[in-house]
Design a protein around this ligand. Structure first.
Ligand code: 13P
Ligand code: 13P
Ligand code: MG
Ligand code: MG
Ligand code: MG
Length: 380
């Protein structure tokens, strides 16, 4: 009697450039989903954040189900036809495979899914982002599920005082580890503070191992091996009654943090919380946006959404994010606005080095520090 919530997303083209997925694409996806309501899925809601189309679906097929993933793939393919007709920018950007096989993971789209027994009241928050990557959720998920200054329930709700377990993925080496808070808080932070290498995939309530949160962690730029756009993420968080209250789930975004992404997927910038109508990143293709859609599940029906970040109480956060944007924009192509080389979505640096390779000379009387480090095994 379990319900599955699947959020599957893809960038299938922008109007114009990378700024916005137009209504035509959402309608194309809705047409495909509407045809299988009551057959394959219980309910759906289609939206977009910037140039990313998000399919929010409920069903009883479990996570990683081939039919559900194929449905999402078909919806994106239909929308790609429209995107190609309209000659949208980057039409079909995230559909990297020629055809569907098994599930969408590794084919380009991002996906966050969780299966659970629906509680008597089941509030969930679906987060959709543009112009950033999955590790953007490391900081806010830590605050939601492990910081009592953010989440009062960690102190006052007896079903939360046992803490939460974080499933952390090493997104470069495809390894995972589970860390328990509060006692392993420092080890957890040692890992997830490195947003280049580690991303939180899931959070569980330790009392009963109930799933609390899940993030799409597909690393698009590694899948394709070259620039294809950053893997703009989505996440699902369950709220209330033994989980953080809705306001505790949203609170980390009241004080914006810096995330990787923005222009050409190659810059640090603030993550700005916005309502659906303002998820239209345009300044320097950003700054990065996050929407929060609140639903109540009713036997799998998606009652809602409540467009949670549209609320006035997030106006200050938006203003702050814009101030942060101004400050860091002044750095132009210099770090720390520009990402470190390993995180840049695409870069000309190797080509520049290639062009200059015959012009580099040894510096006289300068010891070869790097060689020494290599001998010691400090660097590869
Ligand atoms: P209400 O009194 O509005 O139901 O709010 C209760 C609550 O716990 C808010 O966090
Ligand atoms: P998207 O990842 O949203 O397609 O953006 C890519 C980009 O280059 C923005 O400047
Ligand atoms: Mg794009
Ligand atoms: Mg995008
Ligand atoms: Mg992107």
């Amino acid at each position: 009697n379990k319900i599955t919530v699947s959020v599957i997303k893809a960038d299938i083209g922008g109007l114009c450039g990378h700024t916005l997925a137009p209504e035509d694409l959402l309608e194309a996806c809705e047409g495909v989903l509407e045809a299988v309501v009551d057959e394959l899925i219980i309910d759906y809601y289609v939206t977009r954040c910037g140039d990313d189309v998000d399919l929010i679906m409920t069903h009883r097929m479990g996570v990683d189900n081939e039919e559900i993933h194929k449905l999402a793939w078909n919806a994106f393919e239909e929308a790609t036809k429209v995107a190609k007709e309209l000659k949208l920018y980057g039409a079909g950007q995230d559909l990297l495979a020629e055809s569907f096989s098994g599930n969408v993971r590794g084919l380009g789209p991002g996906c966050a899914e969780m299966e659970f027994v629906e509680r008597p009241s089941e509030p969930i928050v679906v987060f959709c982002c543009d112009k950033t990557d999955p590790a953007a959720f490391n900081f806010p998920l830590y605050k939601m599920f492990a910081d009592p200054f953010n989440t009062a329930g960690l102190v006052f709700d007896p079903s939360m005082t046992g803490g939460f377990a974080f499933e952390v993925h090493d997104i470069m080496d495809s390894k995972k580890v589970i860390l328990n808070t509060p006692e392993e808080t420092y080890s957890l932070l040692a890992l997830i503070g490195d947003v280049e290498k580690y991303a939180i995939k899931r959070v569980y309530r330790r009392k009963d191992n109930e799933i609390a949160a899940v993030v799409s962690t597909e690393k698009l730029n590694y899948i394709a091996g070259e620039y294809v756009g950053k893997d703009d993420p989505v996440a699902i968080v369950r709220a209330q009654s033994g989980f953080p209250a809705v306001g505790e789930v949203l609170e980390p975004f009241a004080d914006p943090h810096f995330v990787a992404g923005w222009m050409r997927g190659s810059h640090w910038g603030p993550l700005m919380p916005v309502g659906e109508d303002d998820a239209t990143p345009s300044r320097f293709d950003g700054p990065a946006r996050i929407m929060a859609l609140g639903f109540q599940l009713a036997d799998g029906m998606l009652v809602g959404p409540n467009d949670l970040f549209a609320d006035k109480s997030f106006d200050k956060a938006r203003e702050k994010a814009l101030v942060m944007a101004d400050i860091i924009r002044r750095m132009g192509p210099f770090q720390p606005h520009r990402l470190p080389s390993g995180m840049m979505e695409y870069t000309t640096v190797p080509k520049v080095l290639e062009k200059l390779k015959d012009r580099f000379e040894d510096i006289e009387d300068e010891p070869k520090k790097l060689e020494k480090c290599r001998e010691r095994g400090d660097v590869e």
